[in-house]
Design a protein around this ligand. Sequence first.
Ligand code: FAD
Ligand code: SF4
Length: 511
Amino acid sequence: MPRTLRLVLGDQLSDNLSALRDLAPGDRVLMVEVMAEATYVRHHKQKLVLVFAAMRRFADRLSERGVDVRYVRLDDPDNTQDIPGEVLRALENGGLDRIVATQPGEHRLTRAFESLVLQAPVPLEVRPDDRFICPRPVFEAWARDRRELRMEFFYRDMRRRTGLLMDGDKPVGGRWNYDAENRKRLPRTVRPPDRLRIAPGPVVQDVIRLVEARFSDHFGDTAMFGWATSHAEAQSLLAHFIADILPDFGDWQDSMKGGEPFLWHARISAALNIGLLDPLDICRRAEAEYRAGRAPLNAVEGFVRQILGWREFVRGVYDLKGEDYVRSNALEADRTLPGAFWSGDTEMACVRDVVGVTQRHAYAHHIQRLMVTGNLALLLGVHPDEINAWYMMAYIDAFEWVEAPNTHGMAIYADGGIVGSKPYAASGAYINRMSDYCAGCVYDVARKRGEGACPFNVLYWDFLIRNQRRLEGNPRMALPYRAVAAMAADHDSIRAEGEALRMRLGAAPRT
Ligand code: FAD
Ligand code: SF4
């Protein structure tokens, strides 16, 4: 009877993983903790804790079911510290006739698999990762012959394909999108809900000690670790969200509040990205709340769109565009990333808060990532390599297939408009409208220029003028460029003030 070595990666912790589907007696499952994966960027310490602890718990779960698991710990003295090396070591004693794996999410690991094929003494079968709602060939067929890839049209097709939030062939409620109702500023009197925190159990505590000892120079703190590291914990986070939080998800989806990173967001991206939750199941459960009258349509549609629309769309774009995608630099951004992204040491209250919660929780919600740190990097002209590396490092849910289209495409427009139809550039007025940050800031958001003015203001106009040649032909930028034209006499002085500010904030030309 042929025996198979089944490789399970750290973000493939799903019972229904394609590599495990036909698991037979005599097969061996291989899971490895390796330095190559832990250090290709200096991941937030909580992300290392999440992945190692969840891997250990998944391996225990398989072993309890009688599966033969070879689990290689980071501190195993014979560990070769990379995935191909550990697969070859697992094959050393013979007796295994083939390797079965699931397609990795990141191009980097696809290359590692290619090198493994050349070295391994037995064949490697790589199966599709079918834990997404949209299979790769379906996305490719959708994208083929389209001049532009727009998430909204993809999302509508996915609604039709899955039947989610549909009445026959029509969207429930008569509209596809309730975004316009989901942009409310949070009133002072509305208090964000208390959130479930998963207390670290013995496995997590062990891994926290390991990470503190071996990765003390990585970004972030472990003290507040409260993420799900098992299927059961992920289900309880999800159940808490669906029952208590989802009904208000829509209203305050875009708002920000100092010291309150989670607001009404689901906090499930980490569990979802490592395979502890299933995206279609989440969407169906949210839909059931609407159908049962327990959650309004704007909340449920807004939430489903994030998963069925955005998450599936960015994965499709990442796969379709290949490795060159993250090398694009459409705005020729050439500046260094300011030190404040690491330290949070800045007088800009919004940036200080977002970097602070990122250090403490390895989390910031979408609008904080997009309109505070992302917007600042865009306006400063930070080089894509530097800001991509920061987002990969900073967040609990960061895996390149989802991080890169969001950062590279959406936040800094380095892909020239593949993910977003225009740059998400904004002045301080946007941040002021959607948050309470500005009231506690040394800068004056109402002041456009000069000493004490909100840095986002002059940087916004400087960005538009600096990139005029590249952006003014975009119909969605017509309005701001009309304003730019009206201030022609000030262009030189805005550029000079913007440049001085860029240097002062630490966005210097890269050498
Ligand atoms: P909620 O706001 O409650 O949304 C529910 C779920 O929808 C999320 O868990 C997530 O799975 C999905 N989702 C929402 N928005 C997106 C999106 N734009 N792309 C893909 N999925 C989405 N998400 C990651 O999972 N990993 C990343 O590395 C990542 N990097 C980002 C970088 C930037 C610059 C930006 C602007 C966004 C990034 N996002 C990333 C998307 C989004 O910010 C996070 O998915 C979300 O904040 C996770 O928190 P939540 O679970 O509370 O999400
Ligand atoms: Fe941020 Fe400007 Fe508001 Fe300060 S004034 S919190 S820098 S937007």
